[in-house]
Design a protein around this ligand. Structure first.
Ligand code: PMP
Length: 454
C-alpha cells in the first residue's frame, strides 16, 4: 500500500465519481438547468456550486442527520450545514417552537416575552452577563469589532493567520512572508485592509506580544482553535498566553466560538477557563435558523452602556432590521433549553471520539501519513503525519484534488462531509452505525485510489 497516491489515480477517481454522480442525479441536473438562467453560477449563493459535483446536489429535505435529495437518494450528513445544523436538521423542539411562533408575528423591531429567558440562558451557558443578537456570526463579529474600537479608542484589529470570521472586511488579512497582506480571492476589495488589521501566526506568543506592544490594537479576534484552514489546535499555554498578553496591553479579547461550540455547551473558552472580554457565536446557536449572539463581560457592558447613554444622535453602525426578531428568539430559547443540552453533548462528543478512533485505525492500517484532530463533536483528518501548529503547516497539508476525490466517492456512497477540507460533525442523531458507514466508504475510497481491494 503506497503512503501517497498517484496524481493520475486521484484524477481518475474524480472523473469516475463525477460521471457516476451525473448518471444517478437526473432530477438535480434538471433543477440545475432550470436555475441556471436566473442565479449567478446557477445557485442562490454562488459558492453552493463549489462542492465539485458536475452540477449542484438539490436537497429535497433534511431531518436529523439524513439529507434526501431531489432524486430520492439519502445521505448520512456529517457536514451538517458546516456547523449550522450541528444539533441535527430541524431539531424537534426548535421546529415546534417555530410552528407555535410563526402565526404570531415574525419581525416587529420589538422584543418578545422570550427575551429575558434567552438572556439568562446565554449568561448561564457562556459565563458572560450581557448579550446582543444579530442575524449571522459575520454580523456578530462585525459588531464586536466595532464595540472594541469604540471602547478602547484604538483602530487596529488583530487576527491570526488562517482564521475565518465570516465576511468581515477587517478580518480578511493573512501572513505573506511574515507581513500582513490581503487574503487572495476577495471580490471588489478596494480599501487597504492592512492599514487597520494585522495578522499574526497562531501559536506564536512572541509575535503576538510584538504586535500588541505599540498599544494601538483594539481587539484580538480569534477562534480558540482554528477550524477553517484545516484544524490548528492551540499548543498548551497558548490561549492562556493570549489572555494574559491582551489584558496586559489593554486589548480586548474576542473569542469566536461559532465552530468551537462543538466543544461543549459553553464553548471552548468556558471549558478551558479562558475568560474572553467578548464572545461571538452563530450558526448552530438557534438550531440552524439564521441567528447569532455576542456577549460581553460586566466591565465591557458597563463601558458600552455609558457610551450609549452619551452617544450623539444618528446611526450607530450596529444592528440590522431582521436581527433579534420574534421568530429567532423563539428558536434560540428552544435550542438552548431543549436541544443543545449537556446530555446531547455527551452523545455527540462520544460519537465523535468513536469516529476519531475509526479514522485513526484506518489510517494506521493503510499506512497513510495522515492525522486526526477532534474538537468535541467535530473531527477532521488532515494529510500530514502530525497535527499542524500553524495555518502555513495546515495549508501545506491540504490537497484539494485528493479531498475532492474522497468527498465525491463518499457522496456517491451516501455520505456527505464538508467540502474544501475534511471536517465532520456528529449530531445528537449520529449513531455509531452512521460512523461505521462513513469509515467503510472511506476505506473503499482509499482502496480505489490505491488500486487495491477494499
Ligand atoms: N466565525 C467562524 C469561526 C466561522 O467558521 C464562520 C463561518 N464559517 C463565521 C464566523 C461566519 O458565519 P456566517 O457565515 O454564518 O456569518
Amino acid at each position: 500500500m503506497p503512503t501517497r497516491f498517484d496524481r493520475s489515480a486521484i484524477l481518475s477517481v474524480i472523473d469516475g465519481e463525477r460521471r457516476r454522480f451525473a448518471a444517478t442525479h437526473p432530477a438535480s441536473e434538471r433543477l440545475a438547468r432550470d436555475s441556471r438562467g436566473h442565479f449567478l453560477a446557477g445557485v442562490p449563493m454562488h459558492w453552493m456550486s463549489d462542492w465539485g459535483t458536475p452540477f449542484p446536489l438539490f436537497v429535497a429535505s433534511a431531518e436529523g442527520v439524513t439529507l434526501s435529495d431531489a432524486d430520492g437518494h439519502r445521505y448520512v450528513d456529517f457536514c451538517l450545514g458546516d456547523t449550522a445544523a450541528m444539533f441535527g436538521h430541524s431539531p424537534a423542539p426548535v421546529a415546534a417552537a417555530l410552528a407555535r411562533a410563526a402565526p404570531h408575528g415574525l419581525s416587529t423591531m420589538l422584543p418578545s416575552p422570550d427575551a429575558p429567558a434567552v438572556g439568562r440562558l446565554l449568561a448561564a451557558r457562556f459565563g458572560l452577563p450581557v448579550w446582543q443578537l444579530t442575524a449571522t456570526a459575520t454580523d456578530a463579529n462585525r459588531a464586536a469589532i466595532r464595540w472594541a474600537r469604540a471602547l478602547t479608542g484604538r483602530g487596529r484589529v488583530l487576527v491570526f493567520d488562517g482564521g475565518y470570521h465570516g465576511t468581515v472586511d477587517d478580518t480578511f488579512v493573512r501572513l505573506d512572508h511574515g507581513r500582513t497582506a490581503h487574503r487572495p480571492g476577495l471580490i471588489g476589495q478596494q480599501a487597504d485592509l492592512t492599514r487597520h488589521s494585522v495578522a499574526v501566526e497562531f501559536n506564536d506568543l512572541a509575535a503576538l506580544e510584538a504586535a500588541l506592544a505599540a498599544g494601538d490594537v483594539a481587539c484580538v479576534l480569534t477562534e480558540p482553535g482554528l477550524t477553517n484552514c484545516g484544524m490548528v489546535l492551540p499548543q498548551p499555554g497558548f490561549l492562556e498566553g493570549v489572555r494574559e498578553l491582551t489584558r496586559r496591553h489593554g486589548t480586548l479579547l474576542i473569542l469566536d466560538e461559532t465552530h468551537t461550540l462543538s466543544t461543549g455547551p459553553g464553548g471552548w473558552g468556558r471549558q478551558a477557563g479562558v475568560d474572553a472580554d467578548m464572545l461571538t457565536v452563530g450558526k448552530a446557536i438557534a438550531g440552524g435558523l439564521p441567528a447569532a449572539v455576542y456577549g460581553m463581560s460586566a466591565e465591557v457592558a458597563s463601558r458600552a452602556e455609558t457610551l450609549l447613554a452619551t452617544k450623539e444622535a444618528g446611526h450607530s453602525g450596529l444592528g440590522t432590521t431582521l436581527s433579534a426578531n420574534l421568530f429567532t428568539l423563539a428558536a434560540l430559547r428552544a435550542n438552548l433549553e431543549a436541544v443543545a443540552t449537556p446530555a446531547a453533548y455527551l452523545h455527540m462528543t462520544g460519537t465523535a471520539s468513536y469516529l476519531a478512533h475509526r479514522l485513526s485505525e484506518l489510517i494506521a492500517r493503510r499506512h497513510l501519513p495522515w492525522c486526526v484532530t477532534q474538537i468535541g463533536a467535530r473531527c477532521e483528518f488532515q494529510f500530514s503525519p502530525s497535527p499542524p501548529a500553524t495555518a502555513r503547516e495546515a495549508a501545506a497539508a491540504m490537497d484539494g484534488e485528493l479531498s475532492l476525490a474522497l468527498h465525491l466517492f463518499l457522496l456517491n456512497r451516501g455520505v456527505a462531509i464538508t467540502p474544501f477540507h475534511n471536517m465532520m460533525l456528529c449530531a445528537p442523531a449520529t449513531t455509531r452505525e452512521h460512523v461505521d458507514t462513513l469509515a467503510t466508504a472511506l476505506d473503499a475510497a482509499i482502496a480505489a485510489l490505491a488500486g487495491t481491494a477494499a
